[in-house]
Design a binder for this molecule. Structure first.
Ligand SMILES: Cc1ncc(COP(=O)(O)O)c(C=O)c1O
Length: 497
């Protein structure tokens, strides 16, 4: 009886999405059942093993929820008889606001179609820091003092205009510094007027999609590819068309009846698998875009970190007056919480983008943009990147050594090109990467399942492993935990040798 009740409530919780850890969500689900009386006072809860089987969860997840509820006084354990709802429910739950039972009228709140699409596509990880969270730079090594000193001085001097809204695509000084940096470091051909500073890549993409595509239009996205782009497309009613990636990047589909409005690519370092887009594919994509009026969006999110040879030049630089919008971010080179990214738009569109940006988001942060410009102009940006490149190269090699020693280098995805902040471990066919991700999460090891990054049904099983933010000692410890999880997930003969 209680198992069935909890199954149906848990089903609703899972369908509603949410980013909290499973054990936390289960704890809240059971607590809500107690608070609204569905689980009556004195009622007996299923044994943790039975509930775990009934809900398709690990026993650890259920045990965590039970332990927490016992600690907070909702449940009591009777040795030899089981776990029961206590007679006296805590009057003031620890988290008073969150613990109140949900009013029935709010439970079925109807979301808009856009809202539903956004929730259905949600992929952001519940935790963003820890081994081996992919895509995360080592924020502890950022020279906060240097940037802090610049900010403090600017704060003392700040005139009113620095504290106001930011029309015009961002602070002119940062636009100038970025244009120079992008010309030199990324071979982007641009003038400062073409630069739009945004609060992250998501905002840049949102602006592009809203201005250049209509509801029902299609967009090519890499398969597998960055989930964040798909979320923005879903919210805006654009239909993503997954296009498979191989060792030369996106495989251009045969020309169709209706070309896409937009094509999203990561040519310098395909996300998440890692190949560099070949020259033939670059030229092919540029030619197709020219013929069909498709806008190419080049997401150049982490190309500063290439560990062998020179950085790969941008696609935009190959067709400066073509149909490429270049997008870059400080999230990987500095830190993600800065929420600062930028795009280079074709000259003919620059004013429109600035007007729309101001109308949609009413941006600000001029003071921190000016501080960033100084940080770049004084050479701190370039030297931080140089230093981090060395640190990340060392950590990547260390992780590769672990993989070589315990699994074999054939486990590293064959498209890896020695760049970025993560690598992809391929799992043997039939190994459920979601289950591995979840089991590792329960041991505080954060890997992401490769299958999450696909739209279509053909999915490779694998794990994204970030190495940039993980010092060697921590890597050693967490890699052993992950090995244990992998051994548990596979037939013994296929696990670590
Ligand atoms: C491919 C790719 N593009 C863009 C981003 C996000 O950039 P931002 O933090 O500026 O939104 C990420 C973040 O992980 C990414 O992996």
């Amino acid at each position: 009886m209680a198992v069935e009740l909890l199954q149906s409530r848990w089903h609703a919780v899972r369908a509603g999405g949410g980013s909290a850890a499973l054990n936390r969500r289960l704890y809240e689900c059971i607590r809500d059942c107690i608070m609204d009386g569905s689980l009556p006072v004195g009622g007996r809860l299923p044994a943790s093993r039975d509930l775990a089987a009934g809900l398709g969860l690990s026993r650890n997840t259920v045990t965590f929820a039970y332990d927490q509820l016992r600690a907070e006084g909702y449940l009591r354990a009777v040795v030899g008889s089981g776990t029961f709802v206590t007679d006296v429910i805590p009057e003031t739950p620890l988290h008073a606001m969150r613990s109140r039972p949900m009013p029935a009228a709010q439970r079925g709140a109807r979301l808009s179609a856009r809202g539903k699409a956004a929730v259905a596509y949600a992929r952001a990880a519940p935790r963003q820091w820890g081994a081996f969270m992919p895509g995360v730079p080592d924020v502890t090594l950022f020279p906060h003092r240097k940037l802090g000193r610049i900010i403090a001085r600017l704060r003392r001097q700040a005139g009113p205009e620095l504290l106001s809204y930011a029309p015009g695509g961002g602070h002119g000084v940062l636009q100038r510094s970025l244009a120079q940096y992008l010309r030199q470091a990324r071979s982007v051909v641009c003038e400062p007027e073409q630069i739009i500073v945004t609060e992250g890549v998501h905002q840049a993409i949102d602006l592009i999609v809203r201005l250049l595509a209509d509801v029902g239009d299609t967009a090519w996205v890499e398969e597998p590819g960055y989930w964040g782009i798909r979320s923005v497309l879903a919210i805006n009613g654009i239909v993503p068309q997954p296009v498979l990636v191989d060792n030369e990047g996106m495989r251009l589909p045969a020309p169709g009846r209706k070309p896409p409005r937009l094509a999203f690519v990561t040519p310098s370092h395909q996300y998440p698998l890692g190949p560099v887009m070949s020259m033939a594919r670059r030229l092919g994509l540029l030619a197709r875009a020219g013929q069909s009026g498709t806008w190419i969006v080049e997401d150049d999110y982490d190309s500063e970190f290439r560990f062998n040879g020179q950085p790969v030049p941008s696609l935009q630089g190959m067709a400066p007056d073509g149909r490429v919008i270049y997008v870059g971010t400080f999230s990987k080179t500095l830190y993600p919480g800065l929420r600062t990214a930028y795009m280079v738009v074709p000259r003919a569109l620059a004013d429109t983008f600035k007007t729309a940006q101001s109308e949609f988001y009413r941006g600000g942060h001029l003071l921190s943009q000016l501080a960033l410009a100084e940080f770049i102009d004084q050479g701190y940006y370039a030297s931080h990147i140089r230093r981090m490149r060395q640190v990340y190269a060392g950590r990547r090699n260390f992780l590769l050594d672990q993989i070589r020693r315990w699994l074999g280098l054939e486990w590293v995805h064959e498209y890896d090109t020695g760049a970025g902040l993560h690598l992809v471990l391929r799992l043997p066919e039939g190994c459920d990467d979601h289950a591995v991700e979840q089991a590792a999460f329960e041991h505080n090891v954060l890997v992401r399942a490769l299958s999450r990054y696909y739209i279509g049904p053909r999915r490779q099983s694998g794990l994204l492993m970030g190495f940039a933010s993980v010092p060697e000692a921590e890597m050693l410890r967490c890699f052993q935990i992950l090995l244990g999880v992998l051994r548990g997930a596979m037939a013994p003969s296929r696990a670590a040798r």
